[in-house]
Each structure stands twice: as structure tokens, then as C-alpha cells.
Ligand binder design. Structure first.
Ligand code: SAM
Length: 218
């Protein structure tokens, strides 16, 4: 089973919403929602891995326009029904083929995607992101802190240092999920290939990394 098939199951099961609406997380989700809206305000925004639209909803209120992509057809169907805004478009697209998307964006965002990028693909992924970013773009990511992992143990670590957790699919088999917990320095290093300002906010359960893209190196 692929990562997308795994998420397709979760979308049908309502798991995206359960994770987003956990009562003990709402204070942090509130801080991050505000930040997300600030960084996308009046901007042409690209959202990667939008899932069922948990974050698309608040982006669409702030941004000039939103193109939200995901590879799970089930998740996108729910997102489309949920976020019905004239400035927002959903598209079934692969994050690893961003060159197929037309135009440049003034804000690029993803929630809970960075942790699923194989470490050996990060450099190419960031390169493809920068190709889609206008000068001055806000590129920002939200994901889980290692503290949020609690005392659950990784089931496997591969040769690249990617960590995996075994997750049970509701009513189905178990899936070995790639889930990394990058340190701030790793994120900062990923964007050091170009000119810009990197900022990092670490809360209890979540972090937000923001890279303001100044210009290409040459
Ligand atoms: C953890 S979910 C995050 C969903 C949403 N951002 C949220 O916070 O509710 C990760 C999403 O990445 C999507 N995904 C996985 N691989 C992808 C790929 N190669 N291209 C596009 N989306 C992908 C999955 O379908 C899933 O919806």
C-alpha cells in the first residue's frame, strides 16, 4: 500500500477531521491558523497535501487565491464539498511533479507533509518548490514536534535516517508510515541553498517553519 492509499482510507474514515479538531490541540491550532492566514494574506497561494481541506478553509478566507493539491481522490472530494469559495481550486496533483503546475505563487504552504518526505528527496523537493515561488514568497510548513510522538517507538529506521511508525488502518491491515521529526537545523539547512530569511516557531505539539524567499542565488 502506498502513502496516498493509506491517506485515502483515513479520509473516508473521518480521521483528518478528528486529528484537526482534537480538543486538547485547539489552542495551538488557533495560533497556527492565525499565522497561516497572516502569511497568505492577499497572496496567490499554493497548498500542498491539502487533504480534506482542514487548512484550505482558513487559507481561502485570507488569500487572494488558493490552488490546493493532493493525490488522494477521496480527500479531495471531501475538500471540494467543504470549501466552496470562488477563489479556491482543488487539483489532483503529485507534489513531486510541481513543474506540471502553471505559474508562480506568493505563498506556498503544507501542513503535515514535511514529515512524510523521504530525507533523500528533500533537496530536490525544495528545489522544485523554489521554482514555483515568486520573489518575496512566504513558504511555510506545519508539522508535529517529536514531543507529540510521546513514548511511541519507531518500528524501523532506514539507511537514510527516515523513521517509520506502524499504523493500523481502520478495518484493514497495518501500514508502515514514514514519519520524520526534523530538527530546526535540518529545516534551516534545507532552505540555505538560496537567499531568504528562515524563522521557526516550536509549540508543544506542532512546529511552524517559515522561509521568506528573497531571491535565487544567481
Ligand atoms: C497528513 S495528511 C495532511 C492533510 C492536510 N494537510 C491536513 O492537515 O489535514 C498528508 C496528505 O498528503 C497527501 N499526499 C501524500 N503523498 C502525496 C503526493 N505525492 N502528492 C500529493 N499529495 C500527497 C495525502 O493524500 C494526504 O492527504
Amino acid at each position: 500500500m502506498s502513502l496516498v492509499e493509506y491517506y485515502d482510507h483515513l479520509a473516508k474514515d473521518g480521521a483528518y477531521e478528528r486529528a484537526h479538531n482534537r480538543p486538547d490541540r485547539q489552542a495551538e491550532i488557533g495560533i497556527l491558523t492565525e499565522r497561516t492566514q497572516l502569511l497568505s494574506r492577499d497572496r496567490r497561494t499554493l497548498e500542498l497535501a491539502c487533504g480534506t481541506g482542514n487548512w484550505t478553509k482558513s487559507l481561502s478566507v485570507a488569500a487572494r487565491s488558493v490552488l490546493a493539491i493532493d493525490l488522494s481522490a477521496s480527500a479531495l472530494m471531501l475538500a471540494t464539498a467543504r470549501v466552496n469559495q470562488p477563489n479556491t481550486t482543488f487539483r489532483l496533483s503529485d507534489i513531486f511533479s510541481l513543474s506540471e503546475i502553471d505559474g508562480n505563487f506568493e505563498a506556498i504552504f503544507a501542513a503535515f507533509w514535511w514529515s512524510h518526505i523521504p530525507k533523500e528527496r528533500i533537496s530536490a523537493f525544495v528545489g522544485s518548490l523554489l521554482e514555483k515561488a515568486s520573489v518575496g514568497a512566504n513558504i511555510f510548513f506545519i508539522d508535529n514536534t517529536i514531543r507529540d510522538q510521546g513514548n511511541r517507538v519507531f518500528s524501523h529506521t532506514d539507511d537514510f535516517g527516515n523513521t517509520y511508525i506502524d499504523r493500523k488502518i481502520p478495518g484493514g491491515p497495518s501500514f508502515r508510515l514514514l514519519k520524520n521529526y526534523p530538527h530546526e537545523t535540518e529545516l534551516r539547512r534545507a532552505f540555505s541553498v538560496t537567499n531568504g530569511r528562515f524563522q521557526f516557531i516550536e509549540l508543544d505539539h506542532y512546529w511552524l517553519a517559515h522561509f521568506e524567499f528573497f531571491d535565487s542565488p544567481n
